[in-house]
Design a protein around this ligand. Structure first.
Ligand code: TA6
Length: 306
């Protein structure tokens, strides 16, 4: 079974590879849902066939707020300006968090709310390979006065594999940050354990204090918002008998976040109990690990989730 479906929320538009709001992919390995806004994968379900019973089990590797997705679709239907969708893998670029000097600029930059171009779709025995691009334009110039090209390659197969290229196509160097702000499903946040960050220095964004990760595993019993620096690149999310593996190249930071009860109520696009259903483990290059890309140069980053 292999199919790609392009959907335009306003039925008046003809959905195609050039003009869609949401695309759905299915192949023998996985099912995925991706929005053109932000080239954001919202859902990735791995199909796992039991060799003995031939039964196909589905392992969901990403989580998305149903409330936020519905708000996005309602805004599209009503031709209202859409907001960032809280779920899947939003891309934060060219800065992470609030802008350092102008609070009016959008949190986490603009890449996740811009319409990207789907420049190629390939299918092979290994599944589907997609390439999305975002180039500076008059809109992005309103927020950031640099010439850039982002290329996001997405392979939907036995694993979800992303490769991000950040190119400086201008004639002056620039500094930037990026983060794959990934939302992962969990059965109950209180029982989740994260491996891979022991001994790493982190900034607690809630206290603005810096600590070193003493325990082998990170556990959750309150709002958690930490930026780890100079990390190794491979992590495991343990959730009861389930495990999600994240492996990265060239991502020297990781943000670990769960809003818990209070921030969930303040955010307005999460169901009341949604904080129990996900954890964010965001592979990135931010703050001390921000990037300096010279004119005409580029940098590559990759992440595999399985
Ligand atoms: O993931 C870390 C973080 O910076 C949190 O502080 C929280 O604000 C979260 O991102 C969500 O940001 P958003 O702009 O998507 O609401």
């Amino acid at each position: 079974m292999s199919a790609i479906t392009f959907k335009a929320v306003n039925q008046s538009n003809v959905a195609s590879q050039q003009n869609f709001d949401v695309m759905e992919i299915e192949n023998e390995f996985c099912r995925a849902v991706i929005t053109r806004q932000g080239a954001q994968i919202l859902s990735f379900e791995r199909k796992i066939k039991n060799a003995e019973t031939n039964v196909v089990d589905v392992k969901s590797l990403l989580w998305c707020s149903e409330l936020s997705l519905q708000q996005f679709l309602d805004d599209l239907k009503s031709d209202r300006k859409t907001k960032a969708i809280r779920g899947g893998i939003p891309l934060c670029f060219p800065w992470f968090g609030g802008h350092l000097t102008d609070a009016k600029l959008p949190s986490h930059g603009f890449a996740r709310t811009q319409l990207w171009d789907l420049t190629s779709v390939d299918e092979s025995a290994q599944g589907h390979q997609l390439v999305f691009t975002l180039q500076n334009d008059v809109i992005t110039d309103l927020f950031w006065h640099h010439q850039f090209r982002l290329t996001l390659s997405m392979t939907c197969s036995e694993q979800l594999h992303l490769v991000l290229g950040i190119e400086n196509v201008g004639d002056t160097d620039f500094d930037c940050e990026f983060a794959w702000h990934s939302y992962f499903p969990v059965s109950a946040i209180e029982s989740v354990k994260i491996d891979g960050l022991q001994g790493k220095k982190f900034l607690d964004q809630l206290t603005n204090e810096t600590y070193v990760q003493q325990h082998t595993q990170i556990q959750f019993d309150q709002e958690t918002d930490r930026i780890y620096q100079d990390v190794a690149g491979n992590y495991q999310i343990h959730d009861g008998l389930r495990q999600i593996d994240i492996q990265t190249k060239n991502c020297k930071s990781v943000i670990v976040w769960n809003p818990w009860v209070g921030k969930t109520q303040r955010l307005g696009d999460l169901a009341e109990q949604a904080w129990r259903d996900f954890v964010c483990l965001e592979c990135a290059d931010v703050q001390d690990n921000r990037l300096h890309i010279k004119a005409g140069q580029s940098a590559l980053f990759s992440m595999s989730i399985f």
